[in-house]
Ligand binder design. Structure first.
Ligand code: SF4
Length: 183
């Protein structure tokens, strides 16, 4: 179905991992009304019906085991508490139900722990920013494998916690002040 630009922009307010679902619902509402094009009106009506606004998500954060030696996780947790950076789309009812390290290279415990969290209704897992930055620590060489192992469980993976996407390469906002050895 065709979408007007303003409607697409408004759709971006919906958290990424439920956006496709919300989009489908909005389109089916538009079809019910005999429309073949989605305008801002359809999106606003859907918002009024609280589509995509279920803010009681259950999420988890996976951190780098090596970097956890020098980082207590304050950046991740503060961003979550304040709903900033990669947590900005979550509502106040969203809960972190897991906050754990990968267990060391190559991320041996991630699959097992995320599998356990499925019992508690986990919906999305964030890879901590420390796994994605290139400075002052080396970017995780196992990131893609870790990501795939989580996705295999049917769980959405989100890159990052407290740094905006695009800032990873330079590590421009990283605040831990020393380099680790290469992993
Ligand atoms: S480099 Fe990657 S796999 Fe190794 S400890 Fe850090 S997050 Fe885990």
């Amino acid at each position: 179905m065709e979408w007007e630009e303003e409607a697409l922009k408004a759709l971006e307010r919906v958290p990424e991992f439920v956006r496709n679902k919300a989009k489908e619902k909005i389109e089916s509402l538009a079809l019910e009304k005999g429309k073949s094009r989605v305008s801002i009106k359809e999106v606003e009506e859907a918002y009024a019906l609280q589509l995509g606004e279920d803010d009681s998500k259950k999420i988890a954060v996976v951190r780098c085991d090596i970097i956890s030696e020098v980082c207590p996780g304050t950046g991740c947790l503060t961003a979550y508490e304040n709903r900033k950076e990669l947590f900005r789309d979550y509502g106040s009812n969203t809960k972190i139900i897991g906050f754990f390290t990968c267990g060391g290279c190559p991320g041996r415990r991630v699959f097992r722990l995320v599998n356990t969290l499925k019992r508690y209704g986990i919906e999305a897992v964030h890879l901590s920013s420390c796994m994605l930055m290139e400075e002052p620590f080396t970017k995780c060489p196992n990131k893609e494998e870790i990501k795939k192992s989580i996705e295999k469980l049917g769980i959405t993976v989100i890159d990052g916690t407290h740094h905006e996407v695009g800032q990873y390469a330079q590590g421009s906002r990283y605040h831990v002040g020393r380099k680790s050895k290469k992993v």
